[in-house]
Design a protein around this ligand. Structure first.
Ligand code: HEM
Length: 475
């Protein structure tokens, strides 16, 4: 790594330059169109650190784990992006502002305080109470599946993940209540990601910004209804929403009503959104790697005696866990993330000014060949012998803001996958073109059509096309 001492607040670091007349626009459009390709090209061309000097927003991109460590370990210097720090003109007193201001976007002592109250409810010992409900909702999902059926695995797993998150986060019935909140949340989040919202931030009927405001209001209305019902029923539950409600009732100064709305929506979405991706990508990758699938099945046969795993059995399934980690390495839920420097700082002997945005990319770090040989290949067995640091393998981020739900998610994913693999085999629908999209995540653009079969069916991979082949190298 570089050891040059810079007196130029980062300006001596190489990076792309704006083009005449159009400035940064072509680069930004290219990034918006194909973020993964842009990140790969930038890391190939400039190495582990590069600079983008977009007008008043100095930005550096870093890929090396040592850099990730320095940034992620220090949340008091490097703030998570909250909406007040971004040039997005959401009205101060609006539903969209409340709904998007949850724990992942909070900073400072208030974030530390809220996190410390909720942390015990995500402790390994505590989350085992969701073991049985996890089995129950997975079985509920599979009840409509039959061998020979074609399913859109993306849609099915997104729904299963939503159901899995409903009880721990909201303490509600997944199908009758979790689904409705999740659907409204997705409608709203789709609009938040719409570039036209930023380009035309005017609350005029008919344009995306206005639709976003209306959808966020509807979502807030639904969440407030749930809160009112829970209060009426008495706040005895152990779900996260009940815990937060008790905290709010005891001391509204400590956790305000606005924060309650934000925590509820961001925690629920944070709970189901990445889990859905982990489920469908793991199943897809195993379906295209019959030898690896065979090893997972042999492990489950040997180590899980019943149709679903016991609490002890979940703790001991190294090959399935390897497949899951490998899927999260290749398809991290967040392909890039950012922090804002609240004071001047040094990185590898370079100096940077307060106000610099620091962007990191688990997608690129997970593909550093010195850390993960043959990085574009799906190799679950590598996890039997490697133990990367939290800053090398970071699907759940790292440091003091490490995903609070990581243990819960891993438990749920292993239980769900075990039950699924004990009952079904998966073959990609022949002729599928698997193109991926996503500004900050990787999703199959047209769904993931899979043919279900019974466990006695021979495993086989299927030829397919699509840009997913740039993300993983098959064969
Ligand atoms: C496979 C499943 C999951 C993945 C891959 C994942 C990933 C992540 C990542 C990458 C972050 C950090 C975001 C950043 O710093 O930019 C994060 C934070 C967070 N996640 Fe998860 N997550 C998962 C499941 C869950 C679940 C099940 C819950 C709760 C029910 C949850 C709740 C949270 C919360 C509250 C934060 C914010 C933590 C903080 O700022 O202190 N996540 N997650």
């Amino acid at each position: 790594m570089n050891t040059v001492v810079s007196e130029h607040l980062g300006t001596d670091i190489p990076g792309p330059q704006p083009v005449p007349v159009l400035g940064w626009l072509p680069g930004l459009l290219r990034f918006a169109w194909n973020p993964l390709r842009s990140l790969e090209d930038l890391s190939e061309q400039y190495g582990n650190i590069l600079r983008l000097g977009i007008k008043n927003y100095p930005v550096i991109l870093i890929f090396h784990p040592d850099y990730n460590r320095q940034i992620l370990r220090d949340p008091s210097t490097f703030y998570s992006y909250n909406l007040d720090l971004l040039p997005i003109p959401f009205p101060k007193d609006s539903s969209i502002k409340r709904a998007t201001t949850g724990m992942p976007l909070m900073n400072g002592p208030r974030h530390t305080d809220h996190r410390s109250v909720l942390l015990p409810y995500f402790h390994k010992k505590f989350i085992t109470r969701y073991h049985d409900s996890c089995i129950e909702v997975t079985e509920r999902k599979l009840a409509s599946w039959q061998p020979g059926m074609e399913v859109n695995l993306r849609r099915e797993m997104e729904q299963l993940a939503m159901w899995l998150a409903t009880e721990p986060v909201l303490g509600l019935d997944p199908q009758s209540e979790g689904d409705a909140i999740g659907r409204q949340l997705e409608r709203t989040m789709k609009l938040v990601m719409n570039p036209f919202v930023l380009m035309f931030p005017y609350n005029i009927p008919g344009i995306p910004f206005h639709n976003l405001m209306r959808n966020a209001e509807e979502m807030e209305r639904i969440v407030r209804q749930v809160i009112a019902r829970k209060k009426e029923a008495g706040l005895t539950g152990h779900d996260i929403l009940s815990v937060m409600l008790r905290m709010h009732e005891e001391n509204p100064e400590r956790l305000s009503e606005d924060e309650l709305i934000g925590h509820t929506t961001t925690m629920f979405r944070g709970g189901y959104n990445p889990s859905g991706m982990a489920l469908y990508w793991t199943i897809f990758l195993l379906s295209q790697h019959p030898d690896e699938m065979t090893k997972v099945l042999e492990e489950l046969d040997e180590l899980v005696k019943g149709d679903s795993p016991t609490e002890q059995e979940v703790e001991n399934m190294p090959y399935l866990e390897g497949a899951l980690k490998e899927a999260m390495r290749l398809f991290p839920a967040g392909t890039w993330t950012g922090r804002l420097a609240m004071q001047d700082f040094s990185l590898d002997s370079h100096r940077f000014s307060k106000g610099t945005w620091v962007m990191m990319s688990p997608y690129i770090t997970h593909r550093i060949p010195e850390l993960f040989p043959e990085p574009y290949k799906f190799r679950p067995e590598r996890w039997l012998s490697i133990h990367p640091s939290a800053y090398e393998f970071m699907p759940f981020s790292a440091g003091p803001r490490y995903c609070i739900g990581a243990s819960l998610a891993l438990m749920q994913l292993k239980i769900a996958l075990t039950i699924i693999f004990k009952r079904f085999r998966f073959t990609l629908k022949p002729g599928t073109k698997l193109d991926c999209v996503g500004f900050n995540s990787i999703r199959p653009k047209h769904g993931l059509p899979m043919i279900l079969s019974s466990p006695d069916q021979e495993l086989r991979s299927v030829a397919f096309q699509g840009n997913v082949r740039r993300i993983v190298h098959f064969g």
